[in-house]
Design a protein around this ligand. Structure first.
Ligand code: ASP
Ligand code: MG
Length: 440
């Protein structure tokens, strides 16, 4: 059995829902995880914002607009009056529930409930649509099996047990539909796996049932070897190692949510990235593939700040780095890249919220300089240190671009370089022509 996850854009309109229905029906008895229709979760966040600000009227206006949108989807999606009536009833009861939560007293508890409604709607519409088409699909309520523990981590034992029981109960179904993103917490309250968390749901389900494969269906044909927004001639990477995917996901290759990688990797279940618009395309498969001594992909991350702390006190001293890192910990700011010399250390952060506090404290230890508006360029592949030549290639590509930091050796799969954000596109293009085009 496979797990197939479709993101918000893939179910973003009545026609898209119909396409996905056709695709999953052909694929047989699998578990299908759906996101909310594109834009819905953002709208639910907006509704919550109004409610936090005690503007109940504002919230109700947005609720009405969203409900009208769904009425339009229902009219377009279904052909029989029975299906339309059933869908209208379902959607009405969900919106009435959202309204019942829209009061002056609004807390995290109500917000989580509201955020969960997007996936509840999309899966119910899909299930009714499949029934209309004569498909015997079963809707597995994620709130009945997806749960986190007291540390906010997935309760894998519980998930496996409850999911297996649900599958047994619906053993005669043609296929299964469930909600991505939503879960319950250790106290049984409605919660979620963070924004973009549907990929994580798919991966957790895959791990729980020992799936053959986890398929993440989006609107691009796999993970590209460079950023198609800035670089021409990028192509999908056929195979990636889990470790390579983890590096890329973090550095802004938005296609796969970073958390998704771990459960699949630990359970050795391949994750395949596929395109709803082009279902025949091969996409990218992520698994524990054999190393192939190649650079696979390049990605970039913007809005990076580099901080350099130079101090004579660092020379031959121990404990200096700990003191520096503690300052970042105190201000809950995570460090991305690090480079060191005997007398100085440079780090990067992507969150400037507490920058002035951090700088104030760092100045107790040395001379501090800051470079803002920087970008990390991340080169990913089988870069084990015994493989010769790839560092030269990467640096050669960037020969005309000022490089502020270089970091290699943190993993066997990545070299990170820090450049000015203004040079990012030039760097990505240069890497494309030097690393990929000339190698082919
Ligand atoms: N609907 C949720 C979001 O927009 C979860 C997801 O799509 O993965 O964040
Ligand atoms: Mg997503």
């Amino acid at each position: 059995m496979n797990v197939l996850k479709f993101g918000g854009t893939s179910v973003g309109s009545a026609t898209r829902i119909q396409n996905v229905a056709e695709l999953i029906t052909k694929r047989g008895k699998n578990i299908v995880v759906l996101s909310a229709m594109a834009g819905t979760t953002n709208t639910l966040v907006e509704i919550s914002d109004y409610l936090y600000k005690k503007n109940v009227d504002g919230a109700k206006e947005v609720i009405n607009q969203l409900e009208t949108k769904y009425q339009g989807v229902i009219n377009e999606l279904f052909s029989t009056e029975e299906a339309k009536d059933e869908a209208r009833r379902e959607v009405k009861s969900i919106f009435n529930y959202i309204r019942s939560l829209s009061k002056d007293i609004f807390t995290l508890f109500e917000e989580k409930e509201i955020l969960a409604q997007g996936e509840l709607i999309s899966t119910r519409l899909m299930n009714i649509y499949l029934h209309e088409k004569g498909v015997n699909s079963a809707l597995l309520p994620a709130l009945d099996f997806m749960r986190t523990d007291k540390n906010g981590e997935p309760d894998t034992h519980y998930i496996r047990q409850r999911l297996t029981a649900l599958l047994d109960k619906h053993f005669d179904a043609d296929l299964y539909i469930t909600q991505g993103f939503i879960c319950r917490n250790a106290y049984g309250e409605v919660d979620n796996l963070q924004r973009g968390g549907s990929d994580y749901t798919a991966s957790l389900i895959g791990a729980a049932i020992g799936a053959d494969e986890i398929e993440i269906w989006t609107d691009i044909d796999g993970m590209h070897n460079n950023d198609p927004r800035y670089v021409e001639g990028t192509s999908p990477v056929a195979e990636l190692h889990f470790e390579e995917a983890a590096e890329l996901a973090y550095f802004g290759a938005k296609i796969l949510h970073p958390t998704c990688v771990l459960p699949a990797k630990l359970n050795n279940i391949p994750v395949r990235l596929l395109n709803t618009m082009q279902p025949e395309a091969k996409g990218t498969v992520i698994y524990n593939c054999a190393p192939n001594h190649a650079i696979k992909a390049v990605a970039a991350k913007d809005n990076i700040t580099a901080i350099k702390i130079k101090s004579g006190r660092m020379l031959l001293a121990y404990g200096f780095l700990r003191k520096v890192f503690e300052i970042f910990e105190t201000y809950q700011t995570s460090i991305d890249m690090i480079t060191t010399s005997e007398v100085g250390v440079s780090v990067t952060i992507d969150n400037e919220r507490n920058l002035h506090h951090i700088l104030d404290d760092l100045k107790k230890f040395g001379t501090v300089t800051v470079d803002s508006d920087m970008a990390i360029i991340c080169v990913v592949g089988d870069l084990e240190w015994h493989n010769c030549g790839f560092e030269t290639k990467v640096l050669d590509a960037l020969r005309d671009i000022p490089v502020r930091m270089i970091s290699y050796g943190g993993s066997n799969y990545n070299i990170s370089l820090l450049v000015r954000q203004a040079d990012k596109i030039a760097a990505l293009k240069a890497l494309q022509s030097t690393v990929f085009t000339s190698a082919e």
